[in-house]
Design a protein around this ligand. Structure first.
Ligand SMILES: Nc1nc2c(ncn2[C@@H]2O[C@H](COP(=O)(O)OP(=O)(O)OP(=O)(O)O)[C@@H](O)[C@H]2O)c(=O)[nH]1
Ligand SMILES: [Mg+2]
Length: 223
C-alpha cells in the first residue's frame, strides 16, 4: 500500500470512528444496547439472531439491521419473526460502515432494548470498522475449521465475545474445541466464549443471559 493510500484509509477510519461515537451516544440516550455480529459468510449469524429473538422477544424489544452485499433475504427472515428489520445492501462493499448505520437509526421508532447489527459475511474488513456497537461478536462455525483465530486474528482481537456456532456438528467434523478456545484467548484474553447451535438450541439461553447481564451493567454506567 502506498503512503497516499495509507493516509486515505486512516482518514476514512478516523471519520468512521467519529460517526460511531455519535451513534453510541444516540443509542445510549435511548437505552438501546447494540451488538455487531461478524463472521465468514454462512457461519450462522442470521440463524443465531433468530434463536436469540425466540429467547428474548417480545419481553425484550429487539430491532435488527442486516448488512449484505446484495438482497434483503436476511431482513425478511427477521421480519418473519415479528421483529423490525432494516436491510443495508452495500452493493459490493465487504463491510458495514458507521455512516450506513446512522442513516437507518432514525427509523427505529419503537422502544428497543437490543439492536443486532449483522455485518456483511467477511472475517477481515468488518473488524476495522466501529459501528457504534456496545458489544462485538465474532462467530466461528464448526465446519470452518479450528485455524481461524490464528489466520484472522483482528476479528478475534477486537471482539468481546466469541460464539462457536453449529456445535451440533462437532461429532461429524474434526474440531478441537478446547484448542480453539485456548488460541482465541491467547489473541484476546478478555473474550467471553459460548458454543451454540441454532438447530438444537444448545447454548442460546446462556448467550441470552449474557446479553441481558451486559445490558444491565451498561445501563448502570455512564459509558
Ligand atoms: N447444523 C447447523 N446448521 C446451521 C446452524 N446455524 C446455521 N446453520 C445453517 O447454516 C447456513 C447459513 O446460516 P445463516 O444463518 O444464513 O448464516 P449467515 O452467517 O447469516 O450467512 P450470511 O448472511 O450469508 O453471511 C444455513 O443453511 C443454516 O441453516 C447450526 O447451529 N447448526
Ligand atoms: Mg445472514
Amino acid at each position: 500500500m502506498s503512503r497516499k493510500e495509507i493516509t486515505i484509509l486512516e482518514d476514512l477510519l478516523s471519520s468512521n470512528k467519529k460517526i460511531a461515537q455519535d451513534i453510541r451516544l444516540y443509542l445510549k440516550a435511548k437505552n438501546i444496547f447494540s451488538i455487531n455480529l461478524m463472521s465468514s459468510p454462512g457461519s450462522g449469524k442470521t440463524s443465531l439472531i433468530e434463536k436469540l429473538i425466540e429467547e428474548l422477544f417480545p419481553k425484550h424489544p429487539i430491532a435488527v439491521i442486516e448488512g449484505d452485499i446484495e438482497t434483503d433475504l436476511d431482513a425478511a427472515r427477521i421480519k418473519a419473526k415479528g421483529v423490525p428489520a432494516w436491510s443495508i445492501t452495500t452493493g459490493g462493499a465487504c463491510h458495514l460502515e458507521a455512516r450506513m448505520i446512522a442513516q437507518v437509526l432514525k427509523e427505529i421508532s419503537e422502544p428497543t432494548e437490543f439492536l443486532f447489527i449483522e455485518n456483511v459475511g467477511n472475517l477481515v474488513c468488518p473488524a476495522s470498522y466501529d459501528l457504534g456497537e456496545n458489544l462485538r461478536f465474532v462467530l466461528l462455525s464448526i465446519p470452518e475449521g479450528e485455524d481461524k483465530p490464528l489466520k484472522y486474528p483482528k476479528a478475534f482481537l477486537t471482539a468481546h465475545c466469541l460464539v462457536i456456532t453449529k456445535i451440533d456438528l462437532i461429532g461429524l467434523l474434526s474440531f478441537d474445541l478446547e484448542k480453539v478456545k485456548e488460541e482465541a484467548r491467547k489473541i484476546n484474553p478478555h473474550l467471553a466464549i459460548f458454543a451454540t447451535s441454532a438447530r438444537t438450541g444448545q447454548g442460546v439461553k446462556e448467550l441470552a443471559t449474557y446479553l441481558l447481564y451486559q445490558r444491565k451493567q451498561w445501563l448502570e454506567t455512564n459509558a
